[in-house]
Design a protein around this ligand. Structure first.
Ligand code: GDP
Length: 442
């Protein structure tokens, strides 16, 4: 996965006034010197300085550029690196990169700069993943999550969990060395306390994923209700005012419509369920099944009824789902008989703020904004669940009076799983899986 090549890639999306080409690896500065004409050579330049000059291909000048020089080990990758700021043209970028390739560099693979940063110990795995989250962040809350993780707050709390576990494991393993003598170095009561404490920390992290994931992916909110009750009108009002994008998920004759909007720093993802009705059409049924699945997975269900209509029945929601009842068209009826419902008019906008408040109150962002550890990454969540399972096996083993050897094996398993999050324990497969999802140049 890793070699010593000089790698080059665009670091910015094309289309702006300026584009940055990034090059890293032993010899990167010399490689850049072959095509750069400035006041002096870059190899002689002090690190962390910026140099004006031209990039030339023989007699031909490709662009006027600025080159930033970084030297190992104090760079993103930990290697000698340069960043060349060119005019933001796709054509110039590709000409400059192919020139650099002809002079000894090769195009970088997806995530290769970050892999090198990780392997050089510049950041752990969860921090590298946070770089991608940081770039994708689209709300105050998702930005706060990524930012805490990228700056290492998250890693620190996992490391403290690891050291607790290491302490337990080493106590147990000390016993093994003296097994002939039947000594117990690890006081079982203290051990139980430590395990319980660790269990509650891991459980807390696992539970935080509910919020973390909702913030990162957008809080899935299904709007259900009979045709003509005003679902689309409400969606347009929620989304239109936010100038967010409305998009169709393509595929069937009656598609689920998803719309995004930001409510006070949190992104919500609305799923309009307009397409649900009895039908024999196979394609349409498939669309409906998908919508039903979306409702099943939604965190919030907004049930919309018409104010003044008879026979209100709340829809059944799953454990963990929040139901918000909205009585629409309240401008046409004085009936306010549904207890707890928000009476509103999607058409005029009256009462919509109350709905916004209610939606927003389902997401507690205090922990996120204060930089507490909140899990938002599905890979971390899965690793924590495996860690918890192993921990529970360890606790059961402790109660059953099983030997320290078996116990310590389970504790090592907990450690392994937590180590996978930060990359203390890792395999090439895990790395490939993570970094191949990065874009080129990251
Ligand atoms: P949907 O089928 O649930 O998506 O319903 P629509 O949003 O298409 O609305 C159906 C009709 O009800 C449209 O003519 C809307 O203008 C009207 N409508 C929606 N909300 C209100 C409201 O709050 N008050 C009134 N009077 N009419 C509304």
């Amino acid at each position: 996965m890793v070699d010593n090549d000089i790698i080059v890639a665009p670091a910015t999306a094309m289309g702006g006034a300026i584009a940055v080409i990034r090059m890293s690896g032993d010899g990167a500065i010399e490689c850049c010197d072959k095509v750069f004409r400035g006041k002096s050579r870059l190899v002689d330049a002090a690190p962390y300085t910026v140099h004006y000059g031209r990039v030339v291909d023989g007699e031909r000048t490709l662009d006027d550029v600025l080159v930033s020089v970084f030297r190992a080990p104090h760079s993103y990758t930990g290697e000698d690196s340069v960043e060349i700021s060119i005019h933001g043209s796709k054509y110039i970028a590709s000409e400059v990169m192919s020139l650099l390739v002809r002079n000894g560099a090769r195009m970088a693979r997806a995530g290769e700069f970050s892999v090198r940063a990780f392997l050089a110990g510049k950041m752990d795995l969860s921090q590298a993943e946070a770089v991608a989250d940081m770039i994708a962040a689209d709300s105050r809350a998702s930005h706060a999550l990524a930012s805490t993780q990228m700056r290492g707050g998250y890693s620190q709390s996992l490391q403290s969990l690891r050291s607790q576990l290491l302490e337990i494991a080493s106590l147990l393993e000390l016993e093994l060395d003296f097994s002939e003598e039947e000594v117990e170095f690890a006081d079982r009561a203290r051990l139980e306390l430590l395990l319980k404490h660790t269990e509650s920390e891991i459980t807390g992290l696992i539970e935080s994923f509910r919020t973390g994931n909702a913030i990162k992916e957008g809080v899935a909110t299904a709007i259900v209700g009979a045709p003509n009750v005003g679902k689309s009108t409400l969606l347009n009002r929620l989304v239109g005012e936010e100038r967010a994008m409305t998009s169709d998920i393509a595929g069937t004759t009656r598609d689920t419509v998803e719309a995004h909007c930001n409510i006070d720093g949190v992104q919500f993802r609305f799923i309009d369920t307009a397409g649900i009705r009895d039908t024999d059409d196979r394609l349409e049924r498939m669309g409906i099944e998908r919508t039903m699945k979306a409702i099943g997975e939604a965190r919030i269900v907004v049930q919309m009824v018409e104010a003044g209509s008879r026979g209100f029945e709340p829809v059944k929601v799953n454990d963990g789902q929040t139901l918000i009842v909205v009585a629409n068209k309240a401008d046409r009826s004085d009936d306010r008989s549904i207890v707890g419902a928000i009476y509103m008019s999607a058409k005029s906008g009256a009462g919509v703020d109350e709905l916004r408040r209610r939606l927003r109150s389902t997401i507690d962002t205090e922990r996120v904004y204060s930089g507490e550890t909140v899990v938002s990454n599905a890979r971390h969540y899965a690793a924590l669940q495996r860690a918890l399972e192993a921990l529970e096996r360890a606790m059961a083993a402790l109660h059953a009076g099983v030997s320290g050897e078996l116990l310590s094996e389970e504790i090592r398993e907990v450690l392994r799983n937590i180590g996978e999050i930060t990359g203390d324990v890792t395999s090439e497969d895990i790395l490939k899986n993570i970094f191949s999802k990065f874009c080129i140049g990251k």
